[in-house]
Design a protein around this ligand. Structure first.
Ligand SMILES: [Zn+2]
Length: 58
C-alpha cells in the first residue's frame, strides 16, 4: 500500500519522470518510491529519509 506524502513536506519530484514520490512500508524499512512502475527510483532506510531522496533527485 502506498502512502501519499503530506503536501506540506518539501520533497523533490522524481528526477527521472517528474512524479511526486509516495511512501511504502515493509517489515524492516520505509521506502520513498516513485509511483511510476517502470521508474524504480527509490530510497529505502530504517526511517523515512527525505534528505537522501532529495539528494538523489536534485
Ligand atoms: Zn520516476
Amino acid at each position: 500500500m502506498s502512502i501519499q506524502i503530506n503536501p506540506n513536506i518539501p520533497v523533490n519530484n522524481c528526477k527521472i519522470c517528474g512524479a511526486r514520490p509516495v511512501i511504502e512500508q515493509t517489515k524492516n524499512s520505509w521506502i520513498i518510491v516513485c509511483p511510476t512502475p517502470a521508474c524504480k527510483n527509490q530510497v529505502a532506510d530504517k526511517l523515512i529519509n527525505f534528505d537522501a531522496w532529495n539528494r538523489q533527485n536534485v
